[in-house]
Design a binder for this molecule. Structure first.
Ligand SMILES: [Mg+2]
Length: 217
């Protein structure tokens, strides 16, 4: 875990889902692969061809000094609207195929919810985010879900983070974004004046209540 900015008086945690609330590299990889396969089918070309196109875009971004972006934003460059990405994700991704209840995470979120308002900010549609929380057995702990369909903007756009803060009724400077990807989950939050904590997976999430108790006491 790495803390980039800790607000003096944090009141809300804006949590990423994938590879933040669970650690399951196979599921994270599946989500990318299944969408790229769907795109290849749409384009009537081989999977290898589509993958190399996407790698080319990523290399261009790197060469331009830009940070990593979301798969959804890369798809837009290949002519796939955010709306289409949303439909594909709803059709192809079912968290219940991959995730199981996590009582330790549930306990951690219960503890965190006694101190903070909790929101989920995911690049999946809100329905997939909600099913993900249910698959982990923690759906009751999160009071607000912002999915890609809420703003039609994909992290690292700032719009999902602004909306989450607005829905919670908490100013940006009292929010902390917590996620596993610096460029996607933390850069937009930092741009809005939020705090930011990088995690390596759910193990870090489970340790957060004790960490906050120590640093905020
Ligand atoms: Mg993630």
């Amino acid at each position: 875990m790495r803390v980039f900015v800790l607000p003096p008086t944090p009141r809300a945690l804006l949590l990423d889902f994938d590879s933040t609330l669970y650690t399951n590299p196979a599921y994270a990889t599946f989500q990318t692969e299944v969408l790229i396969e769907r795109l290849a089918r749409e384009r009537g070309e081989s999977l290898e061809k589509t993958k190399s196109l996407l790698e080319g875009f990523k290399a261009e971004l790197r060469a331009a000094g830009a940070g990593a972006t979301s798969l959804g934003n890369l798809f837009v460059r290949l002519g796939v609207s955010i709306e289409t990405s949303i439909a594909w994700r709803e059709e192809l991704i079912d968290p219940f195929d991959w995730l199981a209840p996590d009582p330790l995470l549930d306990k951690a979120l219960e503890d965190l919810a006694s101190r903070f308002d909790l929101a989920l900010v995911t690049n999946n549609p809100a329905s997939v985010g909600r099913r993900g929380l249910a698959a982990l057995g923690v759906e009751g702990r999160i009071e607000c879900i912002v999915g890609i369909d809420d703003t039609l903007r994909s992290k690292p756009d700032t719009a999902p983070y602004s909306l989450a803060a607005r829905r919670l009724g908490i100013e940006a400077t009292a929010c902390i974004s917590i996620g596993d990807r610096y460029d996607v989950d933390l850069v937009p939050a930092l741009a809005l004046g939020m705090g930011a904590i990088l995690v390596d997976g759910v193990e870090d999430l489970r340790a957060l209540p004790d960490w906050f108790a120590a640093v905020l006491s």
